[in-house]
Write a protein that binds this ligand. Structure first.
Ligand code: PLP
Length: 403
């Protein structure tokens, strides 16, 4: 008899690590070198964590053998609390902070604790697809609102409003955005907060890229504009501190918690059930947040991330039929392929054919719940030489793919 996956997984997919990646692994086993622009994992691209973080984790290993409090170490949560004071979010106390094995674990937890079957969550399109997958897994329905490429990929607020129903429970913002690189200005955030206020929606604000900003972009925490709205703000060490493998993240709850006692009890149950987050990595949080912010050396003029962002954007726009909005934050670009120049009907097949022909791995736009097969995502993490090779290969491939 066949053993089947549960029905709960019927609508759950996470194609960033999906079928195309399996082909890439097979090609590597056969001895091919694959240029990989598919995953936002800084370490393999030569981005090292600040030394003081590593030293602190090593120094604390002997005392990190047991479980911690299920919400996390006091010192780490205190550092997170102070971080939100700096970001002008009012009234977050130690008890409002939960540490997790990366933001990923917390995304699953906050949705499991909130959603009944059929409850809806407004999620951007394109999105970071874990949000859609975790909503479905929790029995909810992901309702995608459009972000507008013509307006710097800012959320289309009329579309958000049009998609609110009696079942809508929460609204997600990913800012700075994965995959588009958009960073939302105050006016846009204020208008979205107003929508949440009017319709009693919980706001989820995924701010894991809040320190990876280019040119004059400024990051504003949504919660700082919404003291009267229940806001859950997510962040962690994977990106700005380059320790994605440590699995260290947090969520901080702000706003009228007295109206959310039952939800908070639910979160506590789930936090207790998974005992605690990886304790050695919790020790990294205080040092990371309080220490030298070496990420700035990478994003300011002369910094490696900024140079790579610039080159990626230029090279993509140089390809006939490809256009790309300049990413203002995060580690990605999300270009468009003009359907008149190169009509693509199945973008997963497009990405697979590119892999097979050019030995280059990128991710198709529909993997980010973008509704049309005309975009793809690249990471801006490789060195400029590799980016030039990789984007050159995309240009070559598109020439042949046109017929
Ligand atoms: N949120 C966004 C927008 C991301 O891009 C990622 C990882 O790429 C995550 C959350 C998950 O991060 P973590 O490593 O903390 O689980």
């Amino acid at each position: 008899m066949q053993v089947s996956k549960s029905n709960k997984l019927a609508n759950v997919c996470y194609d960033i690590r999906g079928p195309v990646l399996k082909h890439a692994k097979r090609l590597e086993e056969e001895g091919h070198r694959i240029l990989k622009l598919n995953i936002g994992n800084p370490a393999p691209f030569g981005f090292e964590a600040p030394e003081e973080i590593l030293q602190d984790v090593i120094r604390n290993l002997p005392t990190a053998q047991g479980y911690s409090d299920s919400k996390g170490l006091f010192s780490a949560r205190k550092a997170v609390m102070q971080y939100y004071q700096q970001k002008k979010v009012e009234g977050i106390g130690i008890e409002d902070i939960y540490l997790g094995n990366g933001v990923s674990e917390l995304i699953v937890m906050v949705l499991q604790a909130l959603l009944n079957n059929g409850d809806e969550v407004l999620i951007p399109a394109p999105d970071y697809p874990l949000w859609t997958a975790a909503t479905s897994l929790a029995g909810g329905k992901a309702v995608h609102y459009l972000c507008d490429e013509q307006s710097n990929w800012y959320p289309d607020i009329a579309d958000i409003e049009a998609k609110i129903t009696r079942n809508t429970k929460a609204l997600l913002l990913i800012n700075p955005n994965n995959p588009t690189g958009a960073v939302y200005p105050r006016e846009v955030l204020e208008r979205i907060v107003e929508v949440a206020r009017q319709h009693n929606l919980v706001i989820f604000s995924d701010e894991i890229y809040d320190k990876i900003l280019y040119d004059d972009a400024q990051h504003i925490s949504t919660a700082s504009l919404a003291p009267d709205v229940l806001c859950l703000t997510f962040n962690g060490l994977s990106k700005a501190y380059r320790v994605a493998g440590f699995r260290s993240g947090w969520v901080a709850i702000s706003g009228p918690r007295h109206k959310a006692q039952s939800y908070i009890e639910g979160l506590d149950i789930l936090a207790n059930m998974r005992l605690c987050a990886n304790v050695p990595a919790q020790h990294a949080i205080q040092t990371a947040l309080g220490g030298y912010q070496s990420i700035n050396d990478l994003i300011l003029p002369g910094g490696r991330l900024l140079e790579q962002r610039n080159r990626t954007w230029e090279l993509l726009n140089d390809i006939p039929g490809v256009s790309c909005v300049k990413p203002m934050g995060a580690l990605y670009a999300f270009p468009k392929i003009d359907p008149k120049v190169c009509p693509i009907h199945n973008d997963e097949k497009f990405v697979l054919d590119l892999l097979l022909q050019e030995k280059l791995l990128i991710v198709q736009g529909t993997a980010f719940n973008w509704p049309w097969p005309d975009h793809f995502r690249v990471v801006t993490l490789p060195r400029v030489d590799d980016l030039e090779q990789a984007i050159g290969r995309i240009g070559n491939f598109l020439k042949t793919y046109r017929q």
